[in-house]
Design a protein around this ligand. Structure first.
Ligand code: GLU
Ligand code: ZN
Length: 491
């Protein structure tokens, strides 16, 4: 247990749609902060003016709110280390870069890309480490002057100490980097723009971050950042080096790393399909962590109560859409019925719903909603499941029609219609008996007998419980639809 109060950060770059890997990182930081009664800092790493847009920034904040995350410092809430958008902190980074240069912890590097490439290729061919070779480490004043006269614009490079760097990763244990594998690296571009390599650790230092929990893809930057921290500490800028924990990769289809560009990775996709934030977060928490061996379904509060970074597994986690949907379905079942109905609303209204707004019937919706709540995996499925109630005619799915309407279906439908005619339409049980009896008359079990009835009335082979659906639709409409199906079969 850390003795100092926990301060963690979530610091995405606002480029495009947030992806699920980013959400998992946000979730683990948030849960860690809340579990430890610590502080979550939300920082926007928008130093790449070419890629970061105001629209992406707005999307990012909207996504965080939708997921239900709150933060103690950051955009909209402020805090002692404001501003929390890196684009508004440029002077700070320039100042730190200058201090590093003045102290000899960083230096100007005049090498051109072509020169760097040529020397790297040569080193590779000779079987030597191929990173930056330290060419500009000890330039004399005359050499610098000569480069300046040529019109070269230098980058600023951080001077790595020539020593082994070891740290204890909170997820992976001890990790060691030898100096030849961590060469001096650029921290400011030739045009004066500070790079991620500088601004991220500088802000972690200034914002007094105690734990850095982030994706495994950033592991190789950690030895560099640890060395930079040491320099910042010597300059009185950093108080302490944070502890690091690298969260496992998330693998997608074909066991490939889920990338930002994967459509399956986009958070918006899950929102549009009607995942509940609580279902999605429950599933994402299982990517590298678990509450208990036999517990897949839990609330966010249960996760917070139990979350320990030491329990995170380093091996890659597989994103399993089926499991994600199934967990989401369980969370749909756990909703208060009123809440469920309210959350379905966007799918029951224009522009999503295919029926005319005036054909929507509140009473029918109230009657069918409880049946839908027991079935759905994602909320967007509601539209197809209830459209038979609000469309003037069922939206017949041709594949369903062909599958259900076999040889003899017309005879069965005629018998079913007859029995349904005299059934009690206030009782699903009576409607079931009617279809059961029709089936028996034709030597068919209930499942086979109800398929043509279902397609005639709802347009689909799968859907909500049939007899309840019939009751809610009402006798007149249901029988008219069976007649229409019979006419279609006869044609
Ligand atoms: N802005 C960085 C990213 O999104 C943050 C990396 C980090 O957590 O250190 O990759
Ligand atoms: Zn150089």
């Amino acid at each position: 247990m850390a003795s100092a109060p926990v301060r963690v950060r979530f610091c995405p770059s606002p480029t495009g749609n947030p992806h699920v890997g980013l959400v998992r990182t946000a979730l683990f930081n948030w849960a860690f902060a809340r579990h430890n009664k610590g502080t979550l800092v939300f920082r926007i790493e928008d130093t790449d003016a070419a890629r970061d847009s105001e629209e992406s920034y707005d999307q990012l904040l909207d996504s965080m709110r939708w997921l239900g995350f709150d933060w103690d410092e950051g955009p909209e809430v402020g805090g002692p280390h404001a501003p929390y958008r890196q684009s508004q902190r440029m002077d700070l980074y320039k100042d730190v870069a200058q201090k590093l240069l003045d102290a000899g912890r960083a230096y100007y590097c005049y090498c051109s890309t072509e020169e760097l490439d040529a020397r790297r290729d040569a080193a590779r061919a000779a079987g030597k480490p191929s990173g930056y070779d330290g060419h500009c480490r000890e330039l004399t004043a005359e050499q610098k002057q000569a480069y300046e006269t040529e019109g070269r614009k230098p980058i600023v490079r951080f001077r790595m100490p020539d020593e082994t760097i070891t740290f204890t990763d909170l997820v992976r244990g001890d990790i060691t980097y030898e100096p030849e594998n961590v060469p001096d690296y650029g921290i400011v571009r030739a045009n004066g723009a500070p790079l991620y390599t500088l601004v991220n650790p500088v802000d972690d230092a200034l914002m007094e971050i105690t734990h850095v929990l982030r994706g495994e893809d950033l592991l190789s930057s950690t030895p560099r950042q640890i060395a930079l921290y040491a320099a910042l500490a010597d300059l009185g800028i950093a108080k302490q080096t944070p502890l690091f924990g690298h969260l496992p990769y998330v693998m997608g289809e074909g066991n490939k790393k889920l990338s930002k560009r994967d459509p399956q990775a986009s958070l918006n996709l899950y929102r549009e399909r009607g995942f509940l934030p609580e279902g999605l977060l429950n599933y994402l928490s299982l990517l590298g962590w678990s509450l208990a061996a036999d517990r897949d379904i839990f609330s966010i509060d249960e996760m917070v109560a139990a979350f320990d970074i030491a329990d995170v597994q380093p091996n890659p986690a597989r994103f399993d859409l089926k499991k994600c949907e199934s967990i989401n379905g369980d969370h749909i079942r756990m909703l208060d019925p009123k809440d469920f109905a309210a959350r379905c609303e966007p799918w029951l209204k224009a522009p999503v719903a295919p029926w005319a707004p005036e054909d929507f019937d509140e009473a029918k919706w109230a009657a069918i909603a409880p049946h839908a709540q027991t079935r759905l995996k994602v909320l967007s499925e509601i539209t197809d499941n209830v459209d038979f109630l609000f469309l003037p005619e069922p939206a017949v799915d041709e594949a369903s029609w062909t599958k259900a309407m076999k040889e003899g279906s017309d005879a069965l439908l005629r018998t079913a219609r007859e029995k349904l005619e005299s059934a009690d339409w206030t009782s699903p049980e009576s409607l079931k008996e009617a279809v059961l009896a029709a089936g028996e008359a034709h030597g068919l079990k209930l499942g086979k007998a109800q398929a043509p009835v279902r397609v005639a009335v709802t347009g689909r082979t799968v859907g909500l419980p049939l007899f309840e659906s019939l009751e809610i639709l009402g006798k007149d409409k249901a029988l008219t639809r069976i007649d229409a199906a019979l006419a279609k079969l006869a044609a």
